[in-house]
Design a protein around this ligand. Structure first.
Ligand code: CTP
Length: 402
């Protein structure tokens, strides 16, 4: 799957660094060549000897190693790879990357490379949540740096929270997705996911119960087929998949702006549960209770329909636009009418009547409505629905058999 691919793996200094050794083995099992670079702090946790034994490659540690410069300079080293992976990426490394610093071999390579960079952060939850780190993360994301994690869990320091390195097999999956030679390689797909939050005042908002599970599975499946995925997500329960370019938004209007900014695309999959209305004039001050017995009333304005807006674009419309529809009765008739009304190409109709157990469950029963009519898929897991739909998208836009 990764045969012939060359990965430059930068190992930062953190307790999770031992997992980078497992990552080397897993990437090699998939056929990749892994060239390790270990920072000075990283060498406190893993030795160049272990990394060299597992990778069967020379390990690089020092910017001013003249032998290395004679054999292979840092520019060449950074360009020779198909992908640069930073795992674990410490707060310090992220900070250097965000600010363009180059005071050691790892940071110099990261600045000199012309290849994509995938980072897997690992640090204490408070460090991860620190505004300075979050500022750097935002900068790096807008620079196009790909993120795998971090994830939530128990940490070596005894605390619990977001900041844990994602497991090596997930990083390897993200590498495979990023470098995939799959049928959607070179194609750009936009996926919306999750709920939107529509503010009432600075502390209150209107939301819905969407977890973002189906949209996240769609983005992961499309990336797995090699697509470059822009994942525009509202505040969802599940973390975004590794190896996709994630844009986080709150409101429907922000979601539409993010989708517009991500165009052009070969396909767009609108799996978000977008609020149909927003509060017409959200208060910029917290609404107070006021006199006993008096209730505030809210005026609503209609939100833009992102699916309909993109489907009906006269210029720059993605060749394949897909919507989702949650229905409880007359599923085919309602979804067919919705497809015609919004003018999208396919509607993935989801029967959410209580007896199906689809709502909030692991499985799903979907009917795909297209110009050819209604195609009912057997009941299957939501991940399987995503993979089957991704294969159908590949068949449609890249001509590979679904
Ligand atoms: N959608 C959107 N922007 C909106 C509302 C919906 O992009 N403002 C998209 C959703 O992402 C989904 C599809 O449109 O792909 C769902 O359409 P919608 O008319 O909202 O259908 P339901 O949620 O099923 O609601 P209803 O049956 O009440 O129309």
């Amino acid at each position: 799957m990764l045969a012939g691919k060359r990965i430059l793996l930068i190992i930062g200094g953190g307790v999770a660094a031992f997992k980078s050794l497992i990552l080397i083995r897993q990437l090699r099992e998939r056929g990749a060549t892994v060239v390790p670079v270990i920072t000075r702090a990283g060498q406190a946790f893993v030795t160049p000897l272990s990394a060299s034994a597992l990778s069967a490659e020379k390990v690089y540690t020092d910017l001013f190693d003249l032998t290395d410069e004679a054999e292979m300079g840092h520019i060449e080293l950074s360009r020779d790879a198909d992908l640069v992976v930073v795992a674990p990426a410490t707060a310090d490394l992220l900070g250097k990357m965000a600010h363009g610093l180059a005071d050691d071999l790892a940071s110099t390579l990261l600045l000199a490379t012309d290849k994509r960079v995938l980072v897997a952060p690992a640090m204490n939850v408070r460090m991860w949540e620190h505004p300075a780190v979050q500022r750097n993360v935002a900068t790096l994301k807008s620079d196009g740096i790909l993120f795998a994690g971090p994830t939530e869990g128990a940490m070596a320091c005894g605390e619990f929270g977001l900041g844990r390195l994602v497991e090596p097999d997930e990083i390897a999956d993200a590498v495979a997705a990023t470098l995939s030679q799959g049928p959607l390689a070179g194609r750009h797909v936009i996926v919306t996911s999750g709920p939107t939050h529509e503010p009432i005042d600075p502390v209150r908002y209107i939301a819905n119960r969407s977890s973002g599970a189906q949209g996240t599975a769609m983005a992961a499946a499309l990336a797995g087929l090699g697509a470059h995925v822009t994942f525009v997500t509202g505040p969802a329960d599940v973390p975004p998949p590794a190896g996709v370019a994630t844009v986080r938004v709150e409101t429907a209007s922000e979601m539409l702006d993010a989708v517009r900014a991500a165009l052009p695309a070969d396909a767009a999959v609108f799996a978000a549960a977008v609020a149909d209305w927003r509060v017409a004039s959200a208060s910029d001050k917290k609404i107070k209770k006021g006199d006993a017995g008096t209730m505030p009333s809210l005026d609503f304005a209609e939100n833009p329909d992102i699916l309909a807006t993109v489907s009906q674009m006269t210029e720059g419309r993605p060749p394949l636009v897909i919507g989702f529809a949650a229905e409880t009765d007359d599923v085919v008739a309602n979804a067919t009418a919705k497809r015609a009304r919004k003018q999208c190409d396919w509607i993935v109709a989801n029967d959410v009547s209580p007896e199906t157990g689809n709502m909030g469950g692991q499985d799903n029963t979907v009917i795909v409505i297209s110009a050819e009519g209604a195609d009912t898929w057997p009941r299957m897991g939501k991940d399987q629905v995503a993979r089957k739909l991704a294969a159908k998208i590949a068949a449609e836009i890249a001509g590979t058999p679904a």
